[in-house]
Structure formats: structure tokens, C-alpha cells
Design a protein around this ligand. Structure first.
Ligand SMILES: Cc1cc2nc3c(=O)[nH]c(=O)nc-3n(C[C@H](O)[C@H](O)[C@H](O)COP(=O)(O)OP(=O)(O)OC[C@H]3O[C@@H](n4cnc5c(N)ncnc54)[C@H](O)[C@@H]3O)c2cc1C
Length: 431
């Protein structure tokens, strides 16, 4: 049967797009996912933070030196591998050019606007669907180890504050009032910023709830089916070719995350998006039997804490403490080296020494994912030069934050309704 709308990719973004289409009254919505189930790739075990406060793309001023240094230095949170260089032609130079102050700030503003819209929708969908995704609206805390780092972050935060982001600048003492589990390390904190409107929630559980909602609303989800190419007639796309057969659709939407550029390449379209690998360690039952054996009364963390010195986040989710971060430009290399994970564990020791005592990598659920990163740091949401083909991707470190807004924006575009945000700056083939 021909679908009206066919979404390729069942991660946060694809599921949110399908749900937004159905919510706006679309019928015959189909989602095709290569994995045996939805949301087993980058949307599975991310840091669980929904954060307008981290709207700035990672390719900010100074990135060039950082990446160059990372090729020789062992202990950096960001790493560029020489093996990835051949695939970075086109994307790489633009990624560096976009790190200049003006384009970087423009991208930050656009991400921030989309995040604000998206977070409102996220709350609404959660309420409408009674989504049980361990949601907790307690804010997010960023801590800084040096007065210089705090002062620099303060300047950036003030710019976002001017756009409407609620922000509290805290002393070390006050930061441990916000997060009592930080008390043992307050002497090493130079200052902190608290963002009351950010929150934490489990992205995977949200995806599973969207999956049910899509099916209940008459949508179709096909898993275990890999899209290998498109059904094309001149300048029009009218479906996809998969390893289980062809699927026709009036409009096909590519939401395959970091792999989106590979699919578009089969059509001769160059989408400037590349994978940036990250990792997470999950420690279950952190307040359970294991921890009290080594520390008598550890205080269990309540809110996500980002340690600026290591670019790593620690998020307490239901029954699990998740430490996530690192940025490796290494193509789709799936290998996981203990030396890349050790900094995450070190971070836990650095921030919550009592909780971390005695923990090793063997205790952790280890995960990695590929963030889809555009060269200019702005997501790609909209139509392509080919009729019947749209794209929703490139949400980088913000896909959980931006998925609902991006899904709704794309739904408005393909349904030819008036979107809440001007879609032009997010157009996939912008200049
Ligand atoms: C370590 C880490 C921490 C993060 N923390 C946060 C956070 O705290 N907050 C936040 O907002 N964001 C965070 N992110 C970013 C966020 O997780 C991603 O931006 C988001 O998951 C991307 O979702 P997606 O749907 O685009 O991609 P994916 O989740 O990767 O989904 C794409 C889907 O497409 C499928 N697919 C691929 N190719 C094909 C094909 N040919 N045919 C059919 N299906 C295909 C894949 O199997 C996959 O299921 C983090 C990312 C990482 C790596």
C-alpha cells in the first residue's frame, strides 16, 4: 500500500516526526527502521538531559587547535582520528569556518529557539500521552573548576539569558545546596550555573511511548528493514528500496541520524552531516547494595551535573546513574577502548568521589552512539531539491532536546501548514 508519509529511521527524531504528523491529522504514516526494534541506536542511552542551556554547537571558537591537539594527545574529551579524514572533505572545512564568533552565535540562537519550542511540546506530549519516561523537572547544574572558566561561561550564559533562558549564577556553597551530593568537592568548585527549566528524562522510554502512540493512532512501524536506496523518477522520489522489498510513498522523510548523509549520497545529494561518537556508562542501583559497602552514607545525586572541565555529564535516572560524554570524530568505528571510557569513570570519581569508590568499568553498562553533526551546527529539517523527499536530522548533542520541535516543524512543512518557527534557517540545503 502507498503511504502518504514514510519516515526512515526509528530514533527520537523519526518517531517524533511520525507522531507529530499523526497528531496533526495525517493518515497513512509509515516508519521503517533497520534495527530489530526502534531506538536501539543513538537514542538509546544518551545523557538524558533536555537542555536549552547547551544550545551552542561544539564547533565554537578554538575548536581547530583543540582538534589538532587531540590527534596527538591521549586524554582529551574530543578526538579527531586520522582514519576519519578522507570522509570529512567538504564537511570539515565548513565545520571549522562555522566556529568563528558570528556563525557560532547565529547557530546557538537558532538551536535555542528550536529548543524552547521543542521543550514546550515535549512537556505537552508527555502530559497528553501520560508518558512514563522517568521525567524529573529539577533543572541542570554546570560546575566550573577555575574562576576563568566560570567567567567565560558566565558571558555565554548572559547572552542566552538575554534571549529568555532562566539562569542562576551560584557560589560553590550554593551549588551544593542545589545538589547536596556535591558537598564533598565544594572546595574545588569555582562557581556554578543552574538552569531551572532544563530537565532530565529517559529518551529510550520516551521513544517506546511514542511507538505505542503511533500504532494506536493508526500509524505503521516496520522494523528489521534496511532502506538501501530510493524509487526515483527524474526529480521525484516516490518511495524506497529495502532489503525486504520496495515501499511506495507520496513523501519520504529521511531521519536516519548520522547515517542520513549515506542514504542521500545514493541520490547524488551531499548532506554535510557526519557522525561524532560518544559514550555512556550506566551504573544501576547506585544507591543500592553495592555502594553502601564502600561508603557508609553516600548522598544520591538528584539533578544532572555537567563538569565543564571534562565536557561530561552525570545524570541520575531512575535506578541508574549515567555518565555520558566524549566526542570522537572517527567515522562509524564501533570499537570501544577502555582508555576512552576511563575519563568517564574518572569524571565520576572527580565529581562524586564517595559514590565512585570501588566502582570499575566492569560494573557499568557501556554504550556508544553516533551524534549526527552538521557542519554549521544547525539541524537540517525540511525539503530537499527532489520532490517527495524531506530530511530531519543533524541534531548533534541536542537530539533529545530538539526531537519534538523538529518533528512538529517538519510535519508542518510537508503538510503545508504554517510552522511556529521560520523553517528557512533549518533547510537542509541552505547556503
Ligand atoms: C553520549 C551521548 C550523549 C547524548 N546526550 C544527549 C542529551 O543529554 N540530550 C540531548 O538532547 N541529546 C543528547 N545526545 C544526542 C541525541 O542522543 C541524538 O541527537 C539523537 O539520539 C539522534 O536521534 P536520531 O533519531 O536522529 O538518530 P538515531 O537515534 O541514531 O536514529 C536513527 C535510526 O535510523 C535507523 N537507520 C539508519 N540507517 C537506516 C536505514 N538505511 N534504513 C532504515 N533505518 C535506518 C537506525 O537504526 C536508527 O534507529 C547524546 C548523544 C550521545 C552520543
Amino acid at each position: 500500500m502507498q503511504a502518504q508519509f514514510q519516515i526512515i529511521g526509528g530514533g527520537l527524531v523519526g518517531l517524533a516526526t511520525a507522531y507529530a504528523l499523526l497528531e496533526k491529522g495525517a493518515s497513512h504514516v509509515r516508519l521503517i527502521e533497520a534495527g530489530k526494534a526502534v531506538a536501539l541506536e543513538t537514542s538509546y542511552a544518551n545523557a538524558g538531559m533536555v537542555h536549552a542551556s547547551l544550545a551552542n554547537p561544539w564547533n565554537g571558537p578554538g575548536i581547530f587547535g583543540q582538534l589538532l591537539g587531540s590527534m596527538v594527545s591521549k586524554n582529551t574529551s574530543m578526538k579527531l582520528r586520522a582514519s576519519a579524514l578522507p570522509d570529512l572533505l567538504g564537511w570539515g572545512p565548513k565545520f571549522l569556518r562555522s566556529s568563528a564568533n558570528t556563525p557560532h552565535w547565529r547557530a546557538t540562537e537558532l538551536n535555542y529557539a528550536l529548543a524552547q519550542y521543542s521543550m514546550g511540546l515535549n512537556r505537552k506530549w508527555r502530559e497528553d500521552l501520560s508518558i512514563d519516561d522517568a521525567y524529573d523537572g529539577d533543572g541542570l547544574l554546570k560546575i566550573f573548576r577555575t574562576p576563568r572558566a566560570f567567567a567565560q561561561a558566565r558571558d555565554k550564559a548572559l547572552r542566552l539569558q538575554a534571549l529568555g533562558l532562566r539562569t542562576e549564577f551560584l557560589s560553590a556553597q550554593d551549588s551544593s545546596v542545589r545538589e547536596p551530593a556535591l558537598a564533598p568537592i565544594i572546595k574545588s568548585i569555582a562557581g556554578a550555573i543552574f538552569y531551572p527549566d532544563d530537565f532530565k528524562a529517559d529518551a529510550y522510554r520516551f521513544c517506546k511511548a511514542l511507538e505505542i502512540a503511533i500504532l494506536e493512532r493508526g500509524g505503521e512501524i516496520i522494523t528489521g528493514t534496511r532502506v538501501e536506496g530510493f524509487l526515483r523518477n527524474g526529480d521525484s522520489v516516490h518511495g524506497v528500496k529495502t532489503d525486504t522489498g520496495d515501499f511506495q510513498a507520496r513523501t519520504t522523510i529521511v531521519a536516519t541520524g548520522a547515517r542520513s548523509y549515506l542514504l542521500l549520497k545514493t541520490l547524488g545529494l551531499a548532506l554535510p552531516v557526519r557522525p561524532v561518537k560518544g559514550y555512556s556508562l550506566g551504573f544501576s542501583n547506585i544507591a543500592g547494595p553495592k555502594i553502601p559497602m564502600v561508603s557508609k552514607n553516600p548522598v544520591v545525586p538528584k539533578i544532572p551535573v555537567v563538569d565543564d572541565s571534562l565536557h561530561v555529564a552525570i545524570t541520575p535516572l531512575e535506578n541508574c546513574l549515567r555518565i555520558a560524554g566524549m566526542a570522537e570524530i572517527a567515522g562509524f568505528d564501533r570499537s570501544v577502548h577502555p582508555k576512552r571510557l576511563q575519563p568517564l569513570l574518572d569524571m565520576l570519581k572527580h565529581v562524586y568521589p564517595e559514590l565512585a569508590t570501588g566502582l570499575s568499568l566492569e560494573d557499568a553498562q557501556i554504550w556508544h552512539g553516533f551524534r549526527p553533526v552538521s557542519a554549521d551546527g544547525i539541524p537540517m529539517i525540511g525539503l530537499t531539491p527532489l520532490r517527495g523527499l524531506a530530511v530531519n536530522t543533524a541534531h548533534a548533542h541536542m537530539g533529545w532536546t530538539l526531537c519534538a520541535g523538529s518533528g512538529a516543524l517538519l510535519a508542518d512543512i510537508v503538510l503545508e501548514e504554517s510552522p511556529v518557527l521560520d523553517p528557512a534557517p533549518y533547510a537542509p540545503f541552505r547556503r
